[in-house]
Design a protein around this ligand. Structure first.
Ligand code: GLU
Length: 456
């Protein structure tokens, strides 16, 4: 079967770099295997899920270079889940429970005080038809639990039942089904918790590999049992480590500034985000890869550490800067054109300024300086006279990279100024700034006419 993966965010907020990590692990895994990538919105929680967030997530993935082969929404697939519920009920895998959260909490405390594991004791399995009818008459509605296959004949005598899988990221894993409560799959109001729709969709969509955060490791035991209860073979699983902030807190969809949209609006390059999201917390060196193909070649899910990794935005800025500063003109050109930077000067302009900017949009300021004139320069009376004298010595065009050297040599000879006293007022007069791209590169761009217009 060809590789099919899915990225399954709940559209309850903006995705952050940790979510992007999951998406990218799946995307690169599929890419390397020539497989398919499904975007699945886990929006069964209609109260918290919002279409705007789903749209934003699609846009964020697109910006990162991820193009799903298929997009599905769980909110449009309830009929499938209903059918699975019926199938499980018929097979005796799903049983109704009537406990309130308070009753469950009380039982949990009693078990703990008796030094028993705080798992659900399957008391609801003992309910007679009359007792259930009495609860219904009281107005209680059942929630439904999945009867984990962790016993021989007597569900009240669970025994150690190991579910094993060879995790793509973490290697061999074991979960004991006797160590957990039968998971609730359907709530009192008939809505579904995450587990059942996820497994049903993974079966229906032919998912071959489930790659997600390691907060789902324990769920995997019950999910593998559920795949089998539904008559399916479980896919392969991979659980990557999670990212935290520099101070060690978990990332949350509410931490707006670390959202993918926030990083994009801050001028961070998408491949910087992708490179860091994929390589952080692995044994690979974190460098910025220019495109997905190059990043895919470096991608090895098994090289992730098992402990969480700290995400530092400063590292992201450095990667982004390195991508900008080495970006070939062909790659920058369409984005520059979008900022009104085009024509024959665009390429030499880009090559002159890219080493001096933090984000691509900074190029607009330099274009303005080149095309329209310098930002306001504060020159002393002395320096003004010096610059005027220097401009009188400008050689005739055509100009090239050598022009700056020959011109400033002539200026030095004529005025006796050298070093900072010579270069600083010239730079200020020509650009209005004390630092920036090499003047040797800027001079031919400004041209004789442009420079004469800058006469102070
Ligand atoms: N919606 C779940 C989450 O965001 C998906 C988990 C999974 O990939 O199975 O945690």
């Amino acid at each position: 079967m060809s590789v099919t993966v899915r990225f399954a965010p709940s559209p309850t907020g903006q995705i952050h770099i940790g979510n992007a990590r999951t998406a990218l692990f799946n995307w690169l895994f599929a890419k390397k295997a020539g497989g398919r990538f499904v975007l699945r919105f886990d929006d069964t929680d209609v109260g918290r899920s919002r279409r705007e967030y789903a749209n934003q997530i699609e846009a964020d993935l697109g910006w990162l270079g991820i193009a799903p082969d298929l997009t599905v929404r769980q909110s449009e697939r309830f009929a499938l889940y209903e059918r699975a519920v019926e199938k499980l009920q018929t097979a005796g895998f799903l049983y109704p429970c009537y406990e309130t959260p308070e009753e469950l909490e009380l039982r949990r405390k009693i078990r703990l005080s008796r030094r028993l594991p705080p798992v659900y004791g399957r008391e609801a399995l003992k309910l007679s038809g009359e007792q259930k009818a009495a609860f219904e008459d009281e107005g209680r509605r059942p929630h439904w639990r999945f009867l984990l296959p962790n016993f021989d004949a007597d569900p009240f005598s669970p025994k150690r039942t190991e579910v094993r899988w060879d995790d793509i990221v973490r290697g061999p894993q074991t979960v004991d089904l006797a160590s957990m409560s039968d998971p609730v799959l359907v709530r009192e109001d008939g809505t579904f918790l995450y587990t059942l729709p996820s497994v049903v969709d993974d079966i229906d969509l032919g998912i071959t590999h489930v790659i997600r955060g390691d907060d789902h490791v324990t769920n995997t035991g019950a999910q593998i049992a559920l795949f089998e209860a539904l008559g399916a073979t479980a896919p392969a699983f991979g659980h990557h480590n999670l990212l935290t902030t520099v101070t060690g807190e978990g990332l949350s969809k509410r931490t707006g500034s670390l959202s993918i949209a926030g990083l994009r609006d801050g001028g961070i390059e998408p491949m910087a985000v992708a490179s860091l999201a994929v390589l952080i917390g692995t044994s690979e060196t974190v460098t910025a890869y220019r495109d997905m193909e190059a990043l895919a070649a470096q991608f090895d899910p098994a090289s992730s550490s098992k402990s969480s990794a700290k995400f530092d935005p400063v590292e992201l800025e450095a990667l982004s800067r390195s991508l900008i500063q080495s970006m070939p003109f062909e790659e920058a050109a369409p984005r520059l054109a979008g900022m009104g930077i085009g024509g024959p000067k665009a390429e030499p302009f880009w090559l002159a300024v890219r080493g001096n900017i933090e984000k691509l949009s900074d190029a607009a300021n330099w274009w303005r300086i080149v095309a329209e004139g310098p930002e306001k320069a504060e020159l002393s009376e002395d320096d003004r006279a010096f610059v005027r004298e220097a401009l009188n010595l400008l050689p005739p065009e055509p100009w090239d990279r050598e022009t700056w050297r020959s011109w400033t040599e002539a200026v030095k000879e004529k005025t006796g100024r050298k070093g900072k006293a010579l270069f600083k007022p010239l730079r200020l007069a020509l650009t209005g700034r004390e630092a920036g791209p090499e003047l040797a590169d800027l001079l031919p761009l400004l041209g004789r006419e442009g420079i004469s217009a800058r006469r102070p």
